[in-house]
Design a protein around this ligand. Structure first.
Ligand code: AMP
Ligand code: GLY
Length: 424
């Protein structure tokens, strides 16, 4: 069969590598893809938001299945566009992708269906929001309602910071119309865990857990980024937390969506925080995480095509989901300066050292081909993943492999997965 993947990051590279393992697949396309994805898929020069053009391409090339990696096209309704044209596609429709596209929607859903989350209020008027700040205890969290490249969440330590935050989001419109409404919520403390789940509208099957590292610098300092590294599984997500989430979070969420007439098919990514009073939902995403996919998918034993097709056809309950009994760590190699200003176009060396090594992967995020070289072309450049029998071993191998790669201004965090030392 012919598969099209929509997106251009490390996540889409991990999806492509997983899809390539399936004996059912003869040909993979990726739109727009990147220089690394080009080694497993034919990259197509159509942007992820050119929905009609993507559907034209899928029709003209008899694509059997399209897997959407990115949030923007899902929230914009790519699944509806494909379905209207009779094309098979994996992801939630627009009316379900709103679970990621609007934080006001997702918070109200959780409240209505008693799904554990931080206490909150929503506002569409900056004066009312500012007035509310007078009665808050600090810190508090401000969230722009819409998509903001992971940057629309501000943790405010005092009233002045929060007042500035409201101005930035609602009046200066730093995130555009994503800031027309905001959520103001209680600040929670605990370890974060990402659980990505396959859904067919009725059945939800969680994958193995992962933990991201969102801040740019060691010890969780610096600005928020798209994610600087991950490990899987999370040893902090123990049986008790898992059973709690299966009972009170995962199934209730897709049941709630079905009840609202918003059947959820695709990947539901549940961002959780393990607080002293139990797990709570920080956010939902309607797609694989980046860089969560880079540690979860290499550990998945089940053929991804079988699971995806079962989701589309509504028979996920019949599908066994199996993961290797091991661990994986992904360290992101970024351009120094990310997530602010950074340079591009630096030649990358050492990529060939990963060839033929089963436990090691180098997933491309921001790379391009130029004059026969692979060069840096983004803030997050590569994700180096290694698998090992334990998290400690995977971590050691991943950091060793980061040394195989060279480029000017290479930057990484040195403490990805360090927290596992507390438990292993
Ligand atoms: P979100 O995009 O909603 O996941 O938020 C991005 C990051 O902000 C999360 O991964 C957390 O680190 C942090 N965050 C979000 N909401 C809260 C909260 N209520 N309490 C503490 N930290 C939060
Ligand atoms: N790593 C977080 C995300 O994909 O949103």
């Amino acid at each position: 069969m012919k598969v099209l993947i929509v997106g251009s990051g490390g996540r889409e590279h991990a999806i492509a590598v997983s899809v390539a393992k399936s004996p059912k697949v003869d040909k993979i396309y990726c739109a727009p893809g990147n220089a690394g994805i080009a080694s497993v898929a034919e990259c197509v020069d159509i942007k992820a938001m050119e929905l009609e053009k993507l559907a034209d391409f899928a029709k003209e090339n008899n694509i059997d299945l399209t897997i959407v990696g990115m949030d923007d096209p899902l929230v914009a309704g790519i699944v509806d566009v494909f379905e209207e044209r009779g094309l098979r596609v994996f992801g939630p429709r627009k009316n379900a992708a709103i679970i990621e596209g609007s934080k006001v929607f997702s918070k109200n859903l959780m409240k209505k269906y008693n799904i554990p989350t931080a206490a909150y209020e929503t506002f569409d008027n900056p004066e009312a929001a500012a007035e509310y700040l007078e009665k808050c205890s600090y810190p508090i969290v401000l969230k722009a309602d819409g998509l903001a490249l992971g940057k629309g969440v501000l943790i405010c330590n005092d009233h002045d910071e929060a007042a500035k935050g409201i101005k930035t989001i609602m009046q200066d419109k730093q995130f555009g119309s994503a800031g027309d409404r905001i959520v103001i919520e209680e600040f929670l403390t605990g370890r974060e865990v990402s659980v990505l789940c396959y859904c067919d509208g009725k059945t939800i099957k969680p994958m193995t857990s992962a933990q991201d590292h969102k801040r740019a610098k060691d010890n969780d300092e610096g600005l928020n980024t798209g994610g600087m590294g991950t490990f899987s599984p999370s040893p902090f997500y123990d049986d008790e937390a898992r059973e709690f989430c299966e009972k009170y979070v995962f199934q209730p969420t897709i049941d709630a969506m079905a009840e609202e007439g918003r059947e959820f098919k695709g990947i539901l990514f549940v961002g959780l925080i393990l607080t002293e009073s139990g797990p709570k939902v920080l956010e939902y995403n309607a797609r694989f995480g980046d860089p969560e996919a880079q540690v979860v998918l290499p550990r998945m034993k089940t053929d991804i095509i079988d699971v995806v097709e079962a989701c589309i056809d509504g028979r996920l309950d019949e599908t066994e989901l199996e993961f290797e009994d091991n661990a994986a760590v992904c360290v992101i190699l970024a351009s120094d300066g990310y997530p602010e200003k950074y340079e591009k176009g630096k030649v990358i060396s050492g990529l060939e050292k990963f060839d033929g090594k089963d436990d090691y992967y180098v997933f491309h995020s921001g790379t391009a081909e130029k004059d026969g070289n692979i060069v840096t072309n983004g803030g997050r450049v590569l994700g180096v993943t290694a698998k090992g029998g334990t998290l400690k071993e995977a971590r050691k191998k991943a950091y060793e492999a980061t040394e195989w790669i060279g480029f000017e201004n290479k930057y990484m965090r040195n403490d990805i997965g360090k927290a596992i030392n507390e438990v292993e």
